[in-house]
Design a protein around this ligand. Structure first.
Ligand SMILES: [Fe+2]
Length: 398
């Protein structure tokens, strides 16, 4: 296990009905709130109206910013920051999934940021060029999609529509002060969003599980718990969408999966997300779907380098009988079973499932190399992979 520092100051208020505390919690943070949510919000207009009413009743001014899309764009952030400044907003509230939370975070920091907001985003890894923000308005999150852990971490992801680059920022000032995690808000999620959120949560555990260091027995079991809890419950949520107990299991797992606890001492750097971000930026693929596609191809290409880990995955997560079996056959069978599980919940696991041809694979590889390769000319993964291997993984995903 590696040495580590761990800091996470987010207050979580969890449980069905807890959204009713939004007004009183917001009143502790400011007097005028920007509420950040989706451009297409008809499906939860009642929730937005309810949040607005609670804020007003608690004495806050309300500034709606309902312009966020999936794979949110810098232009949306720029507009939100302008509005925050014009309206003298002093607290930013997100109501929605990762996209709304990410725009809220970058907006909260953008109000204090000097210069082009894109400069805070990591746009290359071969040298330090990003200037992370140091100050942000207080943030309150009301997540409606179990997936990203954005409600309990200090990261945010955004796409630059000018350069077609999707990348991220991590900065301590981006931790929400409080997140109100109410699983009843997730009961109306459509099946595809439920499944993609599950795939994204699994991918967060898998990034660490597959790309971290050895000798991390406790973290292994935490990560295995994340993956098995999602695998055991996502099908139940699809069959019985209004079962708030099942929704609670999915959401609590997603909050914890990438809040820093389970990666502490393991390292690992989310290289699968780098390939997924490029796929989303070029083809507007839903984040969780992009990770489902990349994960399966990634595992097929790299299992041989860490075969004992894949046997452990087969044994502890899939419950396969691995004793006395050929490790290579076990690993391949485990990957096939995982692929079948993802297909079974309705997420794509091939580019062709989304009618994406391989025509621009070279351009996607160029993007990964430019944005995500380190000074050593490789992607920071286990093992570090080169340009040809990135191309191989995208080709395996066709
Ligand atoms: Fe993710």
């Amino acid at each position: 296990m590696e040495n580590f520092e761990l800091y996470n100051p987010v207050k979580i208020i969890f449980g069905p009905g807890e959204v009713s505390k939004t007004g009183e919690e917001a009143a502790k943070l400011g007097k005028k709130a920007m509420v950040v949510s989706y451009h297409e919000h008809d499906f939860f207009i009642d929730l937005l109206k309810s949040v607005e009413s609670m804020l007003t009743a608690a004495g806050l001014g309300v500034v709606p910013f309902y312009e966020v899309t999936a794979n949110p764009l810098m232009g949306q952030v720029d507009a939100a920051v302008r509005k925050c400044k014009d309206e003298d907003v002093d607290v930013v509230i997100a109501v929605g999934g990762g996209s709304a939370m990410d725009v809220a975070k970058i907006t909260a920091a953008g109000v204090h940021y000097q210069g082009d907001l894109w400069e805070m985003i990591v746009s290359r890894h071969d040298e330090e060029v990003a200037e992370p923000p140091e100050k942000a308005l207080p943030l309150l999150m009301v997540p409606t999609l179990p997936a990203t852990s954005s409600e309990m971490n200090c990261g945010a992801v955004v796409t630059n529509e000018r350069t077609r680059e999707k990348s991220y920022v991590f900065a301590e000032c981006l931790y929400p002060t409080v997140s109100i995690v109410d699983p009843s808000l997730t009961c109306s999620l459509p099946p595809y969003q439920t499944a993609c959120g599950a795939a994204d949560t699994i991918s967060h555990a898998m990034e660490t599980y597959l790309n971290g260091v050895d000798d991390t027995p406790l973290q292994d079991r935490f990560l295995e718990g994340v993956i098995t809890t999602i695998m055991e419950n996502v099908g139940k949520a699809l069959e019985d969408p209004n079962n708030v107990k099942i929704r609670a299991h999915l959401q609590w797992t997603s909050v914890l999966a990438w809040n820093g606890w389970f990666a502490a001492g393991v390292g690992g750097w989310a290289p699968m997300h780098q390939l997924g971000h490029v796929l989303s930026a070029r083809h507007d693929v839903t984040h969780g779907a992009s990770l489902a596609i990349v994960m399966v191809a990634w595992m097929k290409h790299l299992y041989e380098y860490r075969i004992e880990r894949y046997v452990q995955f087969a044994d502890r997560i899939l419950g396969m009988d691995v004793n006395g079996k050929d490790p290579d056959a076990v690993a391949q069978s485990a990957i096939d079973q995982f692929d079948s599980f993802l297909k079974g919940i309705g997420v794509p696991t091939r580019l062709s499932d989304l009618q994406i041809s391989g025509d621009d694979i070279d351009a996607m590889v160029d993007d990964v190399v430019r944005i995500s390769f380190g000074p050593d000319g490789k992607l920071n993964s286990r093992p570090p992979i080169d340009r040809e291997q990135v191309k191989t993984i995208y080709n395996l995903a066709l």
